[in-house]
Design a protein around this ligand. Sequence first.
Ligand SMILES: Cc1ncc(COP(=O)(O)O)c(C=O)c1O
Length: 380
Amino acid sequence: MKFSTKAIHVGQKPDKETGAVIPPLYLTSTYKQEAPGVHKGYDYTRAGNPNFTNLEATLASLEYGKYATVFSSGLGAVSGLISTMKKGDKVVATNDLYGGTYRLFNKVFNNFGIEFQAINTLDLQAVEEALKTKPKYIFLETPTNPLLRISDIEAISKLAKKYDVKTIVDNTFATPYFQNPLKLGADFVLHSTTKYIGGHSDTIGGVIVTNDKEMKEKLDFGRMAIGLNPSPFDVWLASRGIKTLAVRMEKHAESALIIAKYLQKHPKVTKVYYPGLEEHVNYNIAKKQMSGFSGIVSVEFDLTLDQSKKLISTLNVFTLAESLGGVESLVDHPASMTHASIPKAEREKAGLTDGLVRFSVGIEDIEDIKNDIENALNNL
Ligand SMILES: Cc1ncc(COP(=O)(O)O)c(C=O)c1O
């Protein structure tokens, strides 16, 4: 089966009891047992729920993995991964990382003795040096949030295997439609399903997909033991959203490229970050490992911080809000919003300046999206 057929049919079977075409929403915390300990595979929703099982089947299939575990959020999924670690274990990660992931490693789990090192994963020599320190995991985010940098998944997974380190890829920005890290040699794929997978900015969730049965069991255990489970309704919404992922992603990518090219020529723009532009520093790696470049465009304007803030506050089609990947266009100022949790010095070291603006290009009419940015720039 091809992608869009799998997205619509795997884990999306009509209900056996009633014939309802859409799998029902199992809003239940608990399940009747025939005798103590005898049940139909579910005993308590913190441990499992048919809606979780359905979405896990869809996501495992789309990511070419055998197993998936859904979580309460993308960061819930990262916490699930960390639940498989112990004191003294280390994670090496991409330095240009979603601010919340950075905060989780650096401000929470480091207090429990989990070591964290952020490195430039575009530099294979730096990666190899870090792998020599024997981390348990190398955590890649590619494309990164917000600078859209691309790490070479295949090359890094190969190097990691040499040092017996497992590779995990946060594939939130690319989605399984454009990039499949397990096929490139990674051991785990992580998503915030809050973004493109849900696609409508109405659900929060996360997932980890793997081919490793033992790790699937550990991730399920971590979810249940810590309480990292999502709500069945959020999962049901993600299962609904994922059916249109293919058509949405085509449109997001088509419009994002138009916006990236338009902004590249604009006199008030100093730099455009979009992996689908030939000028992008990692264009060749992006082209090798992605079949499309998704819908996020980050832009450095030749504006003062106040002007940048005014610009993004005067947009109309774009809503000023955190998050991304929904059908509606959103705009974000990473330094003061999504990435404010990273200290300024660290941000600047990673190339994330105060002038950077991140556009999540939605699937509205492209003329309206373009005119919105043009009008806001003209009105400054
Ligand atoms: C790349 C990436 N990974 C993970 C997350 C965390 O996901 P959630 O907000 O669902 O916890 C985000 C959130 O913006 C993200 O952009």
